[in-house]
Design a protein around this ligand. Structure first.
Ligand SMILES: Cc1cc2nc3c(=O)[nH]c(=O)nc-3n(C[C@H](O)[C@H](O)[C@H](O)COP(=O)(O)O)c2cc1C
Length: 357
């Protein structure tokens, strides 16, 4: 717990509109990331490194805690996030087309239960503009992400019909491939109409096969390694649906799964979550945990899992790891616990990777 944040800063921040405060946080993190001495000083104090780097998806991670997608949608703040202790950052969701998302207000806090409902709908600058932004930084300093791998989360543009979704994802894949340490394929956000149907048998095999092929072709053409591809799923799937997804991932030899996105369901006894959108934070935890545990058992622990959903304290981060996650990600937890929450989780998990255990 960070008493200064939770007793003084958070109450002041929470008097303001959530998205306005989010934009302020993004600006602060962008500045931290863009000023080298500031970035280095922050990194020195915050970045917890395991004794040996953690190898997953063929990448090296300094610690097991990542920033979940949706926080840095337009790739401004990821260097700042890395300096605040995150061991990887997932930017996006990025879509082929630039889009404004749903009308504001679209982010709602529920402090008494440490929950958030968001109905954002992928507001983002579009793949080309975001690629140009990343190129400015990574074009010259590709090695920055060696310390903190950069994941790029891609999703479908709102106006693209489901039948043309693969082309939309492929456009973003190609535009952003030079900058991604890994890609997360988002078929699970509840705020783009029909997006979650892409998780089903009618669409998922073709979509993932098309992305895999583009990845193979690029690797051959450039003589480079394939980029790890991870699928992000919803917490509202049945176990049968999850089984079907796992067999597709196995068939296509995909690299991992990110479980889970926000939920459209609402826990009983909480009439306050009446806003439309995806619920995240503490009330999501048990659901995400159950799914991570299920996937880990179903795959004999062989498929790397990024566990995300409701990690609002270090105990829950540990439980997510015990359930079979290889990495964890946080979003809502940082809103409630403050900017150095990643560091405290990384610190709490470090014993797992220490040689003296
Ligand atoms: C305001 C907000 C926006 C989000 N936007 C995205 C997004 O664009 N893409 C995505 O894959 N997940 C998005 N998420 C979901 C998170 O990445 C994460 O999966 C979910 O919030 C559960 O984690 P948490 O309980 O730690 O917040 C968003 C979450 C929030 C709260």
């Amino acid at each position: 717990m960070d008493p200064l944040f939770e007793n003084i800063i958070r109450p002041a921040l929470f008097t303001q509109d959530p998205e306005t405060m989010h934009e302020l946080a993004l600006k602060a993190m962008t500045i931290v990331g863009a000023v080298p001495p500031l970035r280095a000083a922050m990194e020195y104090f915050n970045l917890i490194k395991t004794p040996k780097p953690i190898k997953i998806f063929g990448l090296e991670f300094p610690n097991r805690v990542g920033l979940a997608a949706g926080f840095d949608k337009d790739a401004y703040a990821w260097r700042g996030a890395a300096a605040m202790g995150f061991g990887h950052v997932e930017i996006g969701t990025v879509s082929m087309l630039k889009q404004t998302g749903n009308p504001r207000p679209r982010i709602f806090r529920y402090p008494s239960s440490e929950a958030i409902v968001n109905g954002c709908g992928f507001p983002n600058d579009g793949a080309e503009q975001i690629a140009a932004r990343l190129s400015k930084v990574l074009g010259k300093h590709r090695d920055i992400t060696k310390k903190c791998p950069l994941g790029i989360n891609i999703g479908k543009s709102k106006i693209t019909p489901l039948e043309e979704a693969a082309a939309d994802y492929l456009f973003s894949f190609s535009a952003l491939a030079d900058f991604a340490d890994f890609f997360t394929i988002n078929v699970s956000s509840p705020n783009t109409p029909e997006l979650r149907r892409l998780q089903g048998r009618d669409f998922l095999p073709n979509l993932l096969a098309a992305i895999s092929k583009a990845n193979e072709d690029r690797a051959k053409k450039l003589g480079v390694a394939r980029i790890p591809i991870i699928l992000k799923i919803a917490p509202d799937l049945s176990f049968e649906e999850i089984d079907a997804i796992l067999s597709i991932l196995e068939e296509l030899n995909l690299d991992g799964i990110c479980a889970t996105n926000t939920t459209v369901s609402r826990p009983a006894g909480h009439p306050e979550y009446e806003k439309t959108g995806g619920l995240s934070g503490k009330p999501l935890f048990e659901k995400s945990l159950e799914i991570v545990r299920y996937i880990s058992k179903a795959t004999d622990g062989k498929l790397p899992i990024i566990g995300v959903g409701g990690i609002t304290d270090v105990r829950r981060a540990g439980e997510m790891m015990n359930a079979g996650a290889s990495l964890v990600q946080i979003y809502s937890g940082m809103i409630y616990r403050g900017p150095f929450f990643a560091r405290s989780i990384a610190n709490s998990l470090i014993w797992r990777d220490s040689e003296w255990v």
